[in-house]
Design a protein around this ligand. Structure first.
Ligand SMILES: Cc1cc2nc3c(=O)[nH]c(=O)nc-3n(C[C@H](O)[C@H](O)[C@H](O)COP(=O)(O)OP(=O)(O)OC[C@H]3O[C@@H](n4cnc5c(N)ncnc54)[C@H](O)[C@@H]3O)c2cc1C
Length: 296
């Protein structure tokens, strides 16, 4: 058995950690290990102590994840203490564990525009960069300048946005790497105007999404020129239930957990929606939610 006692001086290390409550969907089994380093240098030291054959899974707020019922044989990395947030002239630097909603508020306070959408996305910065999160016509890649990355071999690397091949909900991060922080260059607009835009975005969200039940946001990416929700609704699957999970009757690209849903329930709905839309509309839907330890 792996002896991780050395890691306890570098952060908090736990074994057999239930992950469901660490996700917004509330689904998933246990992680073999969970490590929350106290600082960047602690994390760098820790990397040398973690066996190379044990996968490391960086997890933010768990707002875009479907985790297997059997859990994952990996070390989940929690960067919750990497939550620095600095604004200097038009530049905003945020740690991977900073909540995107906090980043949006901080930018708004300084009267900077470009990150308003983050007020409506319930993830941390590391997950936002990894997913190239976006909404309301904005996305991370619009204002991102560069990221600081820690590679699996323990090397730090600054990477400019241009070298990340960022696309719709996609960022090309090196295999096994961890985003530590990101720098954004923002435009000036005025604090009140920026706050008003954020208020409007939030209001729109609460009218159109099933925010009262656990979910993982959009299940599928929108195909070019269309909407996954429209396609799923038009094949008659809005409201469809498997076990304790439903295709939301508020927004057909959301799956909600009615309480006690399993990964198998959610996967069943994802497969059903994907197969039916392919058969009836000849459109290939691609999951936006990250499947962890499970597959379609
Ligand atoms: C109600 C609701 C609304 C949502 N609305 C939107 C929306 O409008 N737009 C949108 O884009 N998304 C939306 N999402 C999805 C989700 O919030 C985003 O994808 C978000 O960026 C995920 O961040 P996270 O911290 O939760 O990442 P997680 O879900 O924890 O992880 C997502 C992926 O990022 C990787 N990752 C996390 N941290 C790091 C790191 N430090 N380094 C490297 N990789 C990392 C993980 O390994 C995983 O592959 C929504 C989700 C919900 C529940």
């Amino acid at each position: 058995m792996t002896d991780f006692s050395m890691l306890s001086s570098l952060g908090k290390i736990e074994q057999d950690v239930p992950l469901a409550q660490r996700t917004t969907l509330g689904v998933g089994g246990v992680a073999a290990w969970l490590f929350r380093p106290k600082s960047q240098s602690d994390l760098m030291q820790a990397l040398h102590l973690i066996p190379q054959d044990l996968p490391i899974f960086p997890m933010g707020r768990g707002s875009n994840l479907l985790i297997a019922d059997d859990g994952i044989d990996a070390l989940v990395l929690d960067l919750g203490d990497f939550n620095t947030l600095e604004v200097n002239h038009h530049t905003l630097l945020a740690g991977a564990g900073a909540r995107m909603s906090k980043i949006a508020q901080r930018a708004a306070l300084s009267g900077f525009s470009g990150l308003e959408f983050m007020a409506t996305v319930p993830g941390d910065l590391g997950g936002g960069v990894a997913m190239n999160a976006g909404a309301f016509g904005q996305q991370v890649s619009d204002t991102l300048v560069s990221i600081l990355l820690l590679n699996r071999d323990g090397q730090l690397q600054h990477i400019n946005r241009q070298d990340l091949n960022m696309q719709y909900r996609y960022t090309a991060l090196p295999q096994g790497s961890v985003v530590l922080s990101a720098t954004f260059e923002l435009g000036e607009k005025g604090a009140e105007e920026v706050k008003q835009v954020m208020r409007e975005m939030r209001a729109k969200r609460s009218q159109t999404q099933p925010l009262n039940l656990p979910n993982c946001g959009s299940v599928f990416k929108n195909p070019e020129g269309d909407f996954a929700a429209r396609l799923i609704e038009s094949v008659g699957l809005k409201g469809k239930q498997i076990g304790k999970a439903n295709i939301s009757d508020v927004h057909a690209n959301f799956i909600v957990n009615q309480g006690g849903a399993s990964c198998a329930d959610v996967l069943g709905l994802i497969r059903l929606a994907k197969d039916t839309v392919k058969q009836e509309m000849n459109v290939e839907l691609e999951p936006e939610v990250k499947l962890v330890g499970c597959a379609l």
